[in-house]
Write a protein that binds this ligand. Structure first.
Ligand SMILES: [Zn+2]
Length: 254
């Protein structure tokens, strides 16, 4: 019996990374797609100078894609760029952060299931990074916090986990994912949180999705917020991210 022709998948997605291949002209990539989450695909001939799909299959390009399902991965039949986030490629710090967002997405986003909110969050993060109006650390905190939330790692920020006290000062434990008051703080990794940082964190995690980047904070609170979301992420994920380490190395040198 002849098998039915394979259906094309028409979707849009953000190219997250490029893998080294032995093929001289093909490019092997990972994409965060709206309809199928993370998928891996080959862009045939994409390394050729005049390739039509070449520009649209570079990392950090958001593209309209026509994909043919293969045995283990997809083949890109066509890719048209929608947004290339050009300003990110001109600033080493923002580029490093964008690459970290891509590594986070690869590690946290679902495969083979719709990922519309994940994609919107990543595109929002890259949009604000490229626009250059918001502090990079604030954007980092939103992407880390909300991505964890989408994957079910939301911390409990109601008040002290022992007595329910809501007035600051309060302490947050990245490992426990809960708050403690001064009388009940015992966790070794607990960090004190100001009322401004706590309000921002609640906004990022529990606020309306389309407004998760819409807030401002004084620079010292932005730094504290970004440290907190990063420690929470690393404690919950129990892994390290090469691109995050590179970003910190870069910031120390700036
Ligand atoms: Zn308490």
């Amino acid at each position: 019996m002849a098998s039915a022709p394979k259906q094309h998948l028409m979707t849009d997605g953000l190219i997250l990374r490029n893998y080294e291949t032995v093929a001289e002209t093909d490019r092997f990539i990972a994409i965060l797609t709206r309809d199928k989450g993370i998928l891996r695909a080959t862009a045939r001939g994409a390394k050729r100078v005049n390739s039509r799909s070449g520009a649209a299959t570079q990392p950090l390009c958001y593209a309209r894609l026509s994909l043919i399902p293969g045995r283990e991965k997809y083949i890109i039949e066509d890719a048209q760029p929608i947004e290339v986030f050009f300003p990110l490629r001109q600033d080493v710090e923002r580029l490093a952060l964008a690459q970290y967002f891509c590594e986070l997405a690869l590690s946290l986003c679902p495969s083979d299931s719709p990922a519309e909110d994940h994609l919107r969050l990543l595109l929002g993060g890259l949009h604000y990074l490229a626009a250059g109006e918001k502090a990079p650390l604030l954007i980092k905190a939103v992407v880390e916090g909300r991505l964890l939330c989408l994957e079910g790692y939301a911390p409990d920020l109601g008040g002290c986990s022992h007595c329910g006290r809501e007035e600051t000062p309060l302490w947050f434990s990245p490992t426990a994912g809960t708050l403690f008051c001064g009388d009940h703080v015992t966790a070794g990794d607990a960090m004190q949180v100001s009322s401004g940082v706590l309000a921002a964190l609640r906004h990022i995690l529990y606020g309306p999705f389309e407004r998760c980047f819409a807030f401002s904070l004084p620079p010292s609170d932005v730094a504290a917020l970004a440290t907190l979301t990063e420690r929470f992420l690393l404690a919950q994920q129990q892994k390290s991210y090469k691109t995050l380490e590179f970003y910190h190395t870069l910031r120390e040198g700036i």
